[in-house]
Design a protein around this ligand. Sequence first.
Ligand SMILES: Cc1cc2nc3c(=O)[nH]c(=O)nc-3n(C[C@H](O)[C@H](O)[C@H](O)COP(=O)(O)O)c2cc1C
Length: 190
Amino acid sequence: MRALLAGGLKGRHRSGKKGRREMARKKMAFPAGTVEVIEATRTRGTILCAASARGRNGMTIGWITIGNVWGRPCCVVLVRESRHTHTIIEGADSFTVSVLPESLQEAVDLFGEQSGRDMNKFEAAKVTPVKGQAVDSPYIKDAQLVIECKIAFRQTMDPELIRADYVKGCYIEGDFHTIYYGEIAAIHGK
Ligand SMILES: Cc1cc2nc3c(=O)[nH]c(=O)nc-3n(C[C@H](O)[C@H](O)[C@H](O)COP(=O)(O)O)c2cc1C
């Protein structure tokens, strides 16, 4: 994993059709690219994708933390229990975060407004999911920047442990987030 972060594992990835690993993307060493991921996530949304035996899905996220935990590069995302993505990521050992170019903002919006329970959002948004280069969860093929993570720790928020004004602001109807800590296994871009 550390070799991939540093840009190693040359020639290991297959190119080609949907579901296959994609070649010809620029590998980046942590923390390169992470400020852009944080900025895109908080200003216009990025797409969190996960795959497991329960299916494959993506949803827009606006909250993210990237840093150093357990001495490893780490990316933290929050998913409410009501999301279809929650069902899928609960069966998964990985996730990815894709930054789409502004020309594909409509796709980002769709992934944040519709549920994968009702439709295949990849088809509806006309974007292609590609199997991760270091993990099994997919990323969006046209993403300008991608972070791939192996889930290290997950915990559903305990309502007793969060500030009361945050509960009023974000959880008035419950639906608390599960917080996923992912060890960053790869960062790549166009
Ligand atoms: C800009 C934006 C940011 C969002 N951020 C989050 C987030 O960080 N966590 C979350 O649980 N939902 C977030 N959502 C809501 C989900 O993207 C939305 O409910 C989505 O339809 C869930 O899809 P799913 O049911 O297919 O999982 C966000 C939506 C938008 C538009």
